[in-house]
Design a protein around this ligand. Structure first.
Ligand code: ATP
Length: 493
């Protein structure tokens, strides 16, 4: 069994993440987060918000509706071009995303290429259904948006948003005025997006309902400087350039200053976000060599974009885009201005009326969680059980509180400690089963510390703190426990 499959098993058994409505035959691509998964997801989003929104003076967060009128998607281009090529096996009826299937079977990338080219390859190479070797149908385009009809009398066509970005563009004039925002400024949004994916797979990596966290950073194209650039220009990130891709080389570690000089990166704003993303993912336990920014090839890049960089995480099944970064210029605001007839311009400090340009980092929260689960998973033969090395910032609980045995007044004392700690931290109390089993259960969901109340506690008011990563125990006074736990958490974060 692969590591990723092992993780899914743990997620099911511990009710962390599991198929939605699983008591019925399920529809693939939908997952529920149970109590532990919800804590992890919520903490990840909070951390994202701290890292990318609250730490900046000029990024505002909004929370827009999930269902938007057809008009929005006519303007944004989704109605016409948010499509994937699809092919179906004539025998077993399995559906495939044609470009992925061709890549899988031939190694040739046809992403963004016309369907004719894909049909030609299928014919020439006599490609067959990988499941039953049946014949594949003609490739056709399939729109990924989920359609719905609003109002009891119908007729109001709407779509579940396929990305969070469109709320930001449509709310742009109101938010910029209401917040008296001056360029450069950003609008962020975290929330659900929906895509009718052709073949959802790899657990929560490709699903039909998922969480995104996006920022649209608006700036004046005539003044594209990022005020914080000086602070980060010497930071190194791993970039897989066009050249490296052509030559089949690895990603290269370089400063963003150099990447700008070499004209790999288009502007300081994008450089700024890439540096922050690299730091963010490393701080979540993903090793540097399992992260890279792939400069998207011209054929994968929309015509309006002046540079797309995917932050990719290495999975067992290949590198997967987890954050899409794009310099979208003024494309979106211009389109919405045209289709709505509303004025989406802003006046610059020096009195020019402009449509701002925008740099967009677009994070997939569920894909990020999948990456964290994989890279924090420790297969530990010596210990006898597997566990997650989550950094405390996203661990579901900071500590578990255990009475050594469930008699002789130890549970009562342990509950006192629990009541004290729960005021400060996410902690839980567990007295069921042997102490070894309880350590294993806590490790398995990545709880960084275990606090055990034993017979000595009753004599001298001390407890032991067990470190998940080393399994070493340290005896401390209950009166000092809160402070010590705080510093231990900080050290591990
Ligand atoms: P892909 O090529 O993998 O379909 P995309 O290029 O369509 O992704 P974007 O539109 O750039 O993705 O979306 C931004 C981010 O949202 C992605 O990097 C990913 O993390 C997340 N995301 C997109 N589609 C899905 C999905 N079906 N399931 C889970 N996460 C997704």
């Amino acid at each position: 069994m692969s590591k990723f499959e092992e993780i899914q098993k743990v997620c099911l058994r511990r009710g962390i993440i599991f198929p939605s409505a699983e008591i019925y035959p399920t529809i693939s691509g939908f997952f529920d987060y149970g109590p532990i998964g919800t804590l992890i997801k919520r903490k990840l989003i909070d951390y994202w918000r701290e890292f990318f929104v609250k730490s900046e003076d000029n990024i505002f967060e909004m929370d827009g509706s999930l269902i938007l009128s057809e008009k929005v998607f006519k303007a944004s281009g989704h109605l016409e071009s948010f499509v994937d090529p699809i092919t179906q096996c004539k025998k077993c009826k399995s559906m495939f995303k044609a470009d992925d299937l061709i890549k899988e079977l031939t190694g040739i990338s046809v992403e963004g290429k016309p369907t004719e080219e894909m049909n030609k390859l299928i014919k020439e190479r006599k490609l067959k259904c990988p499941k039953c070797k049946g014949e594949l149908s003609e490739v056709r385009l399939f729109n990924l948006m989920l359609k719905t009809e609003v109002s009891p009398v119908g007729g109001q066509i709407a779509y579940l948003r396929p990305e969070t970005a469109q709320n930001i563009f449509t709310a742009f004039p109101r938010i910029s005025r209401a917040m008296r925002a001056k360029l450069p400024f950003g609008i962020a949004q975290v929330g659900k997006s929906f895509r009718n994916e052709i073949s959802p797979r790899h657990f929560i990596v490709r699903v039909r309902e998922f969480n995104q966290a996006e920022i649209e950073m608006f700036f004046d194209p005539e003044n594209p400087a990022c005020p914080n650039f000086e602070k980060i220009k010497k930071k190194k990130i791993r970039i897989l350039s066009h050249e490296a891709q052509k030559k089949g080389k690895e990603a290269e570690l370089m400063t963003v200053e150099e990447a700008l000089k070499r004209k790999i990166l288009p502007n300081e704003w994008l450089a700024y976000f890439l540096v922050k993303e690299f730091e963010f993912y490393k701080s979540l336990g993903i090793p540097e060599d399992s992260l890279r920014f792939r400069h998207m090839l011209p054929e994968e890049t929309p015509h309006y974009s002046k540079g797309n960089f995917d932050l990719e995480i290495k999975f067992e099944f290949g590198w997967k885009e987890t954050v899409g970064n794009a310099y979208r210029t003024d494309y979106d605001l211009k389109k919405h201005m045209k289709f709505s007839g509303k004025d989406l311009t802003v006046i610059t400090e020096d009195g020019r009326k402009i449509i701002p340009h925008v740099v967009e980092p677009s994070f997939g929260i569920d894909r990020t969680i999948a990456g964290i689960l994989l890279h924090c998973f420790v297969e530990d033969k010596k210990r006898g059980w597997n566990w997650f090395k989550f950094p405390p910032k996203i661990a579901p609980f900071m500590a578990a509180i255990f009475p050594l045995v469930s008699k002789d007044g130890l549970p009562e004392k342990a509950k006192e400690v629990y009541e004290m700690l729960r005021k400060e931290f996410d902690v839980y109390y567990d007295e069921k089963g042997s102490i070894g089993k309880r350590y294993a259960r806590a490790d398995e969901i990545g709880v960084p510390f275990g606090i055990t109340i034993d017979y000595q506690t009753l004599e001298d008011d001390t407890v032991t703190i067990r470190d998940r990563d080393t399994t070493k125990q340290e005896r401390v006074k209950i009166s000092e426990l809160t402070g010590i736990l705080k510093s231990l958490i900080d050290r591990k974060n």
